[in-house]
Design a protein around this ligand. Sequence first.
Ligand SMILES: Nc1ncnc2c1ncn2[C@@H]1O[C@H](COP(=O)(O)OP(=O)(O)OP(=O)(O)O)[C@@H](O)[C@H]1O
Ligand SMILES: [Mg+2]
Length: 393
Amino acid sequence: MAVSIDDLGDLVQRSDKLIELLKRHIFSPDGAKRFEKVYRIGEAASLIGRHATTIRDAANQGVISTERAAGTNARGFTLSDINKARRHYNTMPQIAVDEEPAIMAVQNFKGGVGKTSIAVHLAQWMAIRGFRTLLIDLDSQASATTLFGYTPDMDIDGDDTLAPFIMGDQRTMHYAIRDTLIENLSLIPANLQLYGAEYYIAAQSERKEIYSYLPEGINSIKKDFDVIVLDPPPALGMLSINALVAATSLLIPMPPRMLDFTSSLQFFNMLHETLEIIVEKHNVEFNYDFVKIVASKKKQRTSDEKYARAEDDILGLARDIFGKEYMLDGIIYESTAIDNAASEFKTLFEIQGQTTSYKSFRTAMAAIDGVCDEVMQEMLSYWPSLKAKIKAA
Ligand SMILES: Nc1ncnc2c1ncn2[C@@H]1O[C@H](COP(=O)(O)OP(=O)(O)OP(=O)(O)O)[C@@H](O)[C@H]1O
Ligand SMILES: [Mg+2]
């Protein structure tokens, strides 16, 4: 069958329709995504930074109330109540005015290593802990934007992305920041039109430094946030370079597999060369607070014994070579729970827990929780006031 350009247009419309139908099916009855998670008393107490007995008293006194988890009989506290309690007990973790937000790029030029999944989980984890968090989707494929429940080319307009700021039509990035279903988590979304920014930056290179756009943009909004997570595209393009320069720390997902390993080495090479050129040209100092590799999408013994063992060997070697200095202890496992959640446009943190295979959910959750906590500990070492506050709570 011959396929004309008009037919391709028809294919686009059919795909849009399919996504709309899928969203209606997943987010029934009205196709709108919700965040309905409730936290049990122990979890809530730990998130609030007070003992469970204190939280129980607060609930009895009506400071906060419990809700029933959707579709179950379990009762717990919503994030909104947890934040109410944080304000009541003054345990909201916000950095001091003279402290800088952590700007973390989850970066590796290799595609499909779990960057977006980790970036969105990390941003949600930080926001659930009460940090004022912003996730910036810099990838015109817009996977992160999709995980927030948007269909990028239907729900998001080019003007909603960073494109107008980059092209000089907006002076700050405020216009692009939108609230999400999770309190304290904001999003700057992406869609295909953001790709135009790549060409624009390159075309303007005589007039303006190619890597100065995002650092300037983030400067214009950073006082409103404690944590800014960047999700760049999987290539050394203009937006990726901007992310590498704007970031104060890097998290590099690396599956412990030969091919991913070698391309990660290429990534370090390019990172080194790119930053060296910038630093030499401008005679400036450049430091990251930390650069950490995280083993990602690692096969579990239970699912694939032979390959899991081979990956254990590679991971062991990687740990010997990179050491704790450059590598997190935690591991993100390849998990059906993460993949199943993603196919419903969700992360593990948006799932109540009873709805999927509980063991696989708990394992994946514990692993990702550990990784996010390690990242937070790194960030806290640059925020002395907050570290003291969290310790005291
Ligand atoms: N830990 C995991 N376990 C199982 N599946 C995962 C995991 N992390 C990511 N995935 C799945 O793998 C695919 C790629 O993940 P993701 O989009 O996070 O990678 P990426 O590095 O951002 O990709 P890209 O290079 O295209 O931006 C997605 O379908 C995602 O749902
Ligand atoms: Mg991605």
